[in-house]
Design a protein around this ligand. Structure first.
Ligand code: SAH
Length: 364
């Protein structure tokens, strides 16, 4: 019983095989059966755990980053603090608790949450009502473009990996778009568009996979134009790669394990690694400065995570202190199960902001 699978079968029967990006978009965001539309996927009993769910230190340090970016912007009297895909609202709750004492900053803030999932909007609302000691004006938006004008700080943690990608596979005739169709038994199966894309340069060799993150590049362009026009900065943290690369990074995760991306549409988290170089280029073309990417571990250390962990441990029980040490390792370590190297931070800003905390000075 998978209602989305039935709908996909009918769609493919009528229209023929669909591009991977459309499949990904429907699996994650279908208005009734989409993965994010129907559930809260986080935590030990969910499908995956994100940095703000590992430790309050993550949201607190991102808060200090946002406050420092605001100060470097010239401390505007009104600032739109925007978060894309806030999940359970944990990062924003920790951020707001940490910055409420920064003089002027708390008074300047209005909070704008860009979230399509009704289930997660409800979680965010509860979370912010329950754990933030100061009442900040909070509003929800379907899209970044709906956030009202004005200087902004934009935060996106593990958001860009959830945006659909296209894939192209190299054959001896060129690059063919990867499609999702049906096999002889009516099961979902990958296939290729019969004709290659003439506009893609014939680099690489047969079997190579090229990914194209069109929605992510468009969104970065929109954010960059806005920062360049109205002032501000954005922080994008995600797993991904920093240089140009070939390779298939599509993955499906359920119950903390990898599964076949076609097996249970809408029931597993589908993501792709973020192509940071491409996003930095898109931001540069749109008139913003790009900072980094830098490994998440370096970013958090530069913001003082070791001192923050020590301060929390000083008033913790031995068991809690061990948990804090574990979270610090997980967030900053460079092992394959740790986030310090695998995850990267990229900042975008108005071109006059040449230096942002946690990043080497911007070279234009
Ligand atoms: N930032 C959170 C959650 C990451 S999961 C954390 O670090 O824990 C991705 C989040 O983006 C979810 O809240 C999901 O509902 C939201 N989301 C996914 N696609 C979206 C889209 N196209 N527009 C807005 N929100 C989206």
């Amino acid at each position: 019983m998978n209602a989305l699978l039935d709908e996909l079968r009918q769609l493919i029967a009528v229209e023929g095989p669909i591009p991977l990006a459309r499949y990904m978009g429907l699996c994650l965001g279908h208005p009734v059966h989409g993965y994010y539309t129907t559930r809260d996927p986080f935590g030990a009993r969910g499908d995956f755990t994100t940095a703000p769910e590992i430790s309050q230190m993550f949201g607190e340090l991102v808060g200090l980053w946002a406050a420092e970016a605001w100060r470097l912007m010239g401390a505007p009297a009104q600032l739109r603090l925007v978060e894309l895909g806030p999940g359970r609202g944990t990062l924003m709750a920790d951020l707001l608790r940490a910055v409420r004492i920064v003089p002027g900053f708390a008074q300047a803030l209005s909070v704008h949450l860009v979230e399509t999932s009704p289930v997660l909007r409800a979680r965010q609302q509860e979370r912010l009502a329950g754990s933030v000691p100061v009442a900040f004006p909070v509003s929800w938006h379907e899209r970044f473009a709906d956030v009202p004008a004005g200087p902004a700080v934009v935060i996106a943690n593990e958001f860009f990996d959830a945006l659909p990608i296209a894939q192209f596979v190299r054959t001896d005739r060129g690059w063919h778009e990867r499609l999702v169709g049906l096999d002889a038994d009516g099961r979902l199966a990958f296939g290729l568009a019969p004709e290659p894309r003439a506009e893609l340069p014939a680099r690489g060799g047969p079997g190579d996979v090229l990914e194209w993150p069109a929605p992510a590049a468009e969104l970065v362009t929109e954010i960059a134009r806005r920062l360049a026009a109205e002032g501000g900065a954005a922080l994008i943290v995600d797993y991904g790669y920093a240089g140009p690369a070939f390779g298939d990074t599509l993955q499906a995760v359920k119950n903390h394990a990898f599964v076949d991306p076609l097996a249970e549409p809408g029931e597993a988290d589908l993501t792709a690694h973020v192509d940071f170089a491409r996003l930095a280029d898109a931001a540069g073309s749109a008139g913003a400065a790009a900072h980094g990417p830098v490994p998440q571990g370096d970013f958090l250390r530069a913001l003082g995570i070791a001192a923050r962990a020590a301060a929390l441990q000083a008033r913790a029980s031995p068991a809690q202190a061990a948990d804090i040490a574990g979270a610090l390792e997980r967030l900053t370590g460079s092992g394959p199960d740790q986030m310090g190297t695998l995850f990267k931070a990229l900042a975008l800003s108005h071109p006059h902001l040449t230096s942002l905390p946690g990043f080497p000075p911007h070279q234009s």
